[in-house]
Design a protein around this ligand. Structure first.
Ligand SMILES: Cc1ncc(COP(=O)(O)O)c(C=O)c1O
Length: 383
């Protein structure tokens, strides 16, 4: 596969790439930022005459995401539109798809309802079992870390083994972001993002992205988007790129706070289990230490039962009780309340850590846990 050359990606650190990439030409009189181009039509003849085929707004955010992942990016109107486009291009015609047991339920539902696609769910932390399940020329769909059990897959070992089988390795890297993990550098063929989450970072838009170094696949994705029409609008592109500028500082702060919260939750008597690869006791710790730069800002923890977890979600005042993840605000929900998450432990709360001060977050969380577990007649006092 040809490696795409991106000037801003060269020797720069991701923090710098996030700031430098996807800008108008560095010439006098040019704006520093790509302004949103509110135009469905340009006067002919012109490149990008009609906005459904792409234009200046999409190109700018694509350059930034492509530079961060070191590939060619194609953006879509949501993460699920990105997943759908991958299914219609890279996945189509392949004999089967292997996916994580606890991958994002929307992707799972899409795969399971895609006519003619044979799917199998495996524990992707088990490299041998995953490769054994993968048919020759099939699709290895990874999510790492997964949502909501925060399972870590060994992307390099799995991608190498998939390549040896003539299969395609696709990684939904939404939870990690290119600050913490770059799957294409680890041998994966395709990266998928819900840009809605940490990449854009402010819970104010929907967007998806697919990144690959396979230029013919990138063209097929653009063709699919042009025909199916799932292109993001100019304001969303502008806002997403504006969010990406601060991706590194947001992720570094959120990851540091996630580590502190995971450690304190693990020491809390009312918490039965914490899923976070930054904990040395976590089954994903060794692989994550190798393949990630930081452990992400998503964690989950298990309380006694659904009622206790619901009481904690109702009891927090600073932490937002909401679905989704990746905003500057810390949010959490009892995951089992969502349709399609029936296999998730009933008392599991998934938390997306934001950028507030960690002590304020802990005060709020510990108070809600203590109150809920005292109400349930058990638990103890947080430290
Ligand atoms: C890991 C993951 N992938 C994909 C998606 C879908 O993204 P969107 O909601 O932007 O369509 C989500 C949404 O929660 C997600 O968590």
């Amino acid at each position: 596969m040809a490696e795409t050359s991106h000037p801003a990606a060269g020797p720069l650190h991701p923090a710098t790439t996030a700031v430098a990439a996807g800008r108008p030409p560095a010439e006098p009189g040019q704006p520093l930022n790509q302004p949103p181009l509110f135009a469905s039509v340009l006067r002919a003849p012109a490149d990008g005459e009609y906005a459904r085929y792409g234009g200046a707004s999409t190109a700018a955010v694509e350059q930034a995401i492509g530079a961060l992942e070191r590939g060619t990016a194609v953006v879509f109107s949501s993460g699920m539109a990105a997943v759908s486009a991958v299914v219609a291009t890279a996945v189509r015609g392949r004999p089967g798809l292997v996916q994580p047991l606890d991958g994002y339920h929307g992707s799972r539902a899409l795969f399971d309802s895609t006519t003619g696609l044979f799917t199998e769910s495996v524990d992707v932390a088990d490299v041998q079992a995953t490769i054994d399940a993968l048919p020759a020329h099939g699709v290895l769909w990874l999510e790492s870390p997964t949502n909501p059990l925060i399972t870590v897959a060994d992307i390099e070992a799995l991608s190498d083994a998939a390549t040896a089988k003539g299969a395609i390795a696709i990684v939904d890297s939404t939870a990690a972001t290119p600050i913490a993990q770059r799957p294409l550098d680890l041998g994966a063929h395709v990266v998928v993002h819900s840009v809605t989450k940490y990449l854009s970072g402010h819970s104010d838009l929907l967007m998806g992205a697919v990144v690959t170094r396979d230029e013919s696949l990138a063209r097929a994705l653009v063709d699919h988007r042009s025909l199916h029409g799932a292109i993001p609008g100019p304001m969303d592109c502008f806002l997403a790129l504006r969010g990406i500028r601060t991706l590194d500082v947001r992720m570094r702060r959120a990851m540091a706070s996630a580590q502190v919260l995971a450690e304190r939750l693990a020491a809390h008597p009312a918490v039965e289990r914490v899923h976070y690869p930054g904990l040395p006791t976590d089954p994903g710790h060794a692989v994550a230490s190798r393949q990630m730069d930081g452990f992400g800002a998503l964690l989950s923890f298990v309380l006694a039962d659904a009622a206790t977890a619901d009481a904690v979600c109702a009891g927090v005042e600073l932490v937002v009780h909401a679905t989704s993840l990746g905003g500057v605000e810390t949010s959490m929900e009892r995951r089992g309340r969502q349709a399609g998450e029936e296999r998730t432990p009933p008392g599991l709360i998934r938390m997306s850590v934001g950028i507030e001060h960690v002590e304020d977050l802990w005060t709020d969380l510990a108070r809600a846990i203590d109150a809920a577990s005292a109400g349930a007649g058990g638990g103890g006092t947080a430290r």
